[in-house]
Design a protein around this ligand. Structure first.
Ligand code: ZN
Length: 442
């Protein structure tokens, strides 16, 4: 018998976690933080003194009391990729389980980087397995990683092969036909799985209401190309800000920075962390092309130099959501204050993630920037999530018996359920709208 507990990420976007019980073995897929709740709770705390129970009570991490009776059965922890809403709770919660963590090499590197930086010790072994390979964990279960495209490298869908059929966990992915770094999704394998017996699909529904195919990362690269190379920036300061974990995007930014004939500087802690992981796993090399500055002392000194050499540098900084602790925010005032001149270029290669805190932070950052009369280029971006027509393609490929919408608030989950309804599924019968902490037997 297969039983699924939707632990977190079913009432909200964030703190993703799903536990799957097969016979007497339990597998936990993803253990992430809710970024906004996490920051709200941790900003006044010393990281090492954080209490996991309080993180749970504040909605910052999945509430694993929902599976307390399964605790001793947990066989493996399986994060799908390196985003914090999928791995960020492992440092706080993984010690509750006597089980190894198994993930792709880049994910493992990022996780190890976080543990080292925050001085957290896990008893769990961290093992890595490449995409498009599989591992027999017991007589009853085989774990398979299927290569996917997303906005960070080494993302996989996880197929749990059981005697009752396959459970396919598809959180987060996009079907990118023109990826700018790495390969296309493994459609062939998805098709093969569809010819076997997919008992259930647990599926990303973030953009299920968005009636389109999500445009490729290649389109985002073209958008960057236009603003970085197509618009005159002679003698202007140019800053680009984007997601530190988006290695493909950073790679495009560096490519164009070189063509602009500028010296490239990456500034910020998280930037350094993800760049290190990308290099350690051979995904991309940056340090031969870019100066990576992690600490504020280094950044401060560099900014003084850059200020005197207008038009010579491309600054790539953290702070795309206006986070107060980021480099770009610190450049607005305080010790790192940077004197921008009218018509300097600030490029936001991202979308504002629409939470009240982000909206507020971005509004403040943009207001500060406008005081300098700089040029702001917003939304130079394409999402890493599947939209409605990609989700339809996935369902047609893998032909699941049951669908469990995941990774979203109730409206997002309902949108995927509606799509499934269009495709002949019935709510309650083979499409299951779940809440955090609920269970279903299949
Ligand atoms: Zn993600």
């Amino acid at each position: 018998m297969v039983e699924i507990c939707t632990v977190g990420g079913y009432n909200e976007v964030g703190r993703n976690s799903t536990a799957i019980k097969i016979g007497d073995e339990v597998y936990i897929l993803d253990l992430g933080i809710h970024l906004e709740n996490y920051i709200k709770y941790t900003q006044d705390e010393d990281i090492v003194s954080i209490n996991p129970q309080e993180l749970m009570d504040n909605g910052a991490v999945p509430n694993i009391s929902a599976i307390s009776d399964w605790k001793s059965n947990v066989k493996m922890l399986l994060p799908t990729h390196a985003h914090l809403d999928h791995i960020g709770a492992l440092p706080y919660l993984a010690n509750n389980f006597k089980a190894p963590i198994m993930c792709t090499p880049f994910t493992a590197e990022v996780l190890n980087g976080i543990l080292t930086e925050d001085k957290i010790k896990l008893n769990n072994k961290i093992k890595s397995m490449s995409a498009n390979s599989s591992f027999q964990t017991s007589n009853n279960v085989r774990i398979e990683f299927v290569h996917m495209t997303h906005s960070t490298p080494h993302t996989v869908m996880i197929a749990l092969h059981t005697k009752e059929g396959i459970i396919l966990y598809a959180n987060d992915f996009k079907f990118d036909l023109f990826p700018t770094l790495g390969k296309k999704p493994n459609f062939k394998r998805l098709e093969e799985l569809g010819k076997e017996n997919v008992l259930a699909l647990v599926c990303d529904s973030t953009y299920a209401a968005d009636a389109r195919k999500m445009p490729s990362e290649f389109i985002a690269k073209q958008m960057l190309n236009e603003v970085m190379l197509g618009i005159e920036s002679k003698h202007k300061h140019v800053v680009v800000t984007t997601f530190s974990s988006h290695i493909a995007r950073l790679n495009s930014i560096v490519e164009f920075g070189k063509k602009m004939n500028r010296k490239i500087v990456f500034m910020g802690r998280s930037m350094a962390k993800y760049v290190r992981a990308a290099e350690a796993t051979g995904i991309a090399k940056f340090t031969n092309r870019v100066e990576v500055l992690k600490f504020s002392g280094q950044i401060k000194r560099k900014l003084k130099k850059i200020a005197k050499e207008r038009g010579k540098y491309l600054m790539v900084a953290t702070g795309h959501q206006g986070e107060p602790s980021s480099t770009l925010s610190k450049m607005m005032n305080g010790e790192m204050k940077f004197n921008f001149m009218p018509e300097d270029h600030i490029i936001f290669s991202c979308k504002t993630i629409p939470t009240p805190t982000n909206i507020e932070n971005r509004k403040r950052l943009e207001a500060d920037l406008r005081n300098y009369n700089v040029r702001i280029f917003k939304d130079i971006h394409q999402s890493g999530h599947a939209a409605r027509e990609d989700l339809r393609d996935l369902i047609n490929l893998v032909k699941p018996k049951h669908i469990i919408p995941a990774h979203g608030n109730p409206d997002m989950l309902s949108a995927l359920a509606d799509l499934a309804g269009e495709m002949g599924y019935n709510k309650g019968e083979n499409v299951h709208l779940m809440k955090d902490g609920e269970r279903i037997r299949l």
